[in-house]
Design a binder for this molecule. Structure first.
Ligand SMILES: [Zn+2]
Length: 138
């Protein structure tokens, strides 16, 4: 369960436009350099749906330089959203539905995919928009 961040939201009149990996409400246009992980190698803006009420959210996830996975050759290599299924878990704690804060979320699709080479962010639109989870119609 993410924090409700009422201390922030009670002071801001406009609704958040996206939420970071901590469930923190964020405002204005998304960009990868706004990730809370300043060392991130990959940053995505992911569209999710609350499993309780299907409310959609745009959330940030990132992979840092210490997120290593075992590669096919047995050695350790950098993890990547290109080869793993992005999963946010509980949706942002907005009270979208009575059980919302404790519900998990469906991953709909990656809205923006960014990978850093040296210190430059490169957008990989070829890795965006692919459907991830089947989201039920209700
Ligand atoms: Zn909900």
């Amino acid at each position: 369960v993410h924090h409700s961040y009422e201390d922030i939201l009670d002071r801001v009149s406009e609704p958040p436009t996206w939420w970071d990996c901590n469930g923190t409400p964020r405002f204005g246009e998304f960009s990868p350099d706004k990730s809370p992980n300043i060392y991130a190698r990959e940053v995505i803006l992911l569209e999710i749906a609350c499993q309780g009420c299907l409310t959609r959210f745009r959330v940030e996830l990132n992979i840092g330089p210490y997120d290593l996975v075992k590669g096919q050759d047995g050695g350790m290599e950098f993890d990547s959203f290109a080869t793993t299924t992005p999963f946010y878990g509980d949706p942002p704690n907005t009270g979208c539905c009575p059980s919302g804060p404790t519900m998990s979320s469906y991953s709909s699709h990656i809205v923006e995919f960014w990978r850093r080479a040296d210190w430059n962010w490169n957008r990989r639109s070829d890795l965006e928009g692919i459907q991830i989870d089947e989201i039920p119609d209700r």
